[in-house]
Write a protein that binds this ligand. Structure first.
Ligand SMILES: NC(=O)C[C@H](N)C(=O)O
Length: 334
């Protein structure tokens, strides 16, 4: 019989009413007891990493999660991580970058309603995730929710309350799990390279969302205090004229000190391309700016967190690595 490690981190799936609102209280062991039939599929062992609302997720816990999977990697055939939905897409993305070429599936799942509630989505999500994690044709990091199997780097929370909370952005859903069957939409290409763990991660990345009329002072503060700024711009991407002086002044200082500016867009679908308009083209050329193209913001941020630790000293190497595809994260870089 195959062996599965179920890792509890908290989230609504583990939550109970406290009088002050829902808060994680159930342990992973108790959570599996709500779906006893999964014990027929595989041997399940549990590890309780933490028990938090995923609003409190952070890079330190990600490091511990990766460490836990690394230490147990040879002993199990697959992993299911129970997680809150609010930052689940960040965690599935960061796991994709910190654990690459995994022949063994690492599934991240959770629910919109606690597992002990009637009509909860938790039981079906947990059952689907275990089924998928124990299938011979599953590999790498995926997020499973409401029957959709989404590549770890492509998930985004799109509904605050409904059961179909996650969508796969700019990439097809990999598979569906329906009535206990897996329907795969993409051909199985076995991982050939050995698994690689990256256990270091930077917390010096920030996101700056532009609005019409953004004041430049704010940008100067971020330039001084972070190693990497991701600007969420408008449309296919550009910098407002009113911010250009600040950006040029800071960037000239910055490039020498190994800091990085990355352009992304507030528009979720189809991605950025700064070469289309004057507001984007010139500045991109002047500083060889990195841009997100079709990646999700969650993937951009977490990829940079991991790459900064490896290539923080060389802008060219970081740029090259950023555009290298990992777990289906980018298709359209030119
Ligand atoms: N549905 C959920 O899991 C939401 C919860 N606040 C969390 O992210 O932990």
């Amino acid at each position: 019989m195959k062996k599965l490690l179920l890792i509890g981190t908290g989230g609504t799936i583990a939550s109970r009413e406290t009088g002050d609102g829902l808060s994680p209280g159930l342990q992973a062991e108790e959570i599996v007891s709500f779906v006893p039939e999964v014990r027929n599929l595989c041997e399940i062992e549990v590890l309780q990493l933490c028990n938090i609302d995923s609003t409190n997720m952070n890079p330190k816990i990600w490091r511990e999660l990766v460490q836990a999977i690394k230490e147990n990697f040879d002993r199990y055939d697959g992993f299911v991580v129970l997680h809150g939905t609010d930052t689940m897409a960040y965690t599935s993305a960061v796991l994709s970058y910190m654990i690459q070429h995994s022949r063994k599936p690492i599934v991240v799942t959770g629910s919109q309603k606690p597992i002990d509630r009637e009509g909860t989505d938790a039981r079906v999500n947990l059952r689907d995730s275990i089924l998928y994690a124990m299938d011979d044709y599953s590999e790498n990091v995926v997020l499973i929710f409401d029957g959709n199997v989404i590549a770890g780097t492509r998930a985004k929370k799109m509904q605050a309350r409904s059961f179909n909370a996650f969508q796969s952005v700019n990439f097809p859903v990999l598979a569906r799990v329906q009535d206990g069957r897996i329907i795969r939409y993409l051909p199985y290409i076995p991982e050939r390279e050995p698994v690689r763990f990256f256990t270091e991660i930077s917390d010096s990345v920030c996101v700056f969302k532009l609005i019409p009329g953004t004041r430049p002072e704010l940008l100067s503060y971020l330039f001084e205090n972070y190693d990497c700024i991701v600007i969420e711009s408008f449309g296919v991407g550009g910098i407002p004229d009113a911010l250009l002086d600040t950006v040029y002044r800071e960037m000239n200082k910055w490039k020498e000190s190994g800091k990085v500016l990355v352009m992304a867009t507030q528009v979720m679908n189809e991605g950025s391309n700064m070469e289309i308009y004057r507001v984007g083209q010139k500045i991109k050329k002047d500083f060889q700016l990195i841009e997100a193209y079709d990646m999700t913001l969650e993937a951009v941020v977490t990829k940079l967190m991991v790459l900064l630790k490896q290539y923080g000293k060389s802008y060219e190497a970081l740029q090259k690595a950023f555009y290298r595809e990992v777990n289906h994260d980018i298709l359209c870089a030119v």
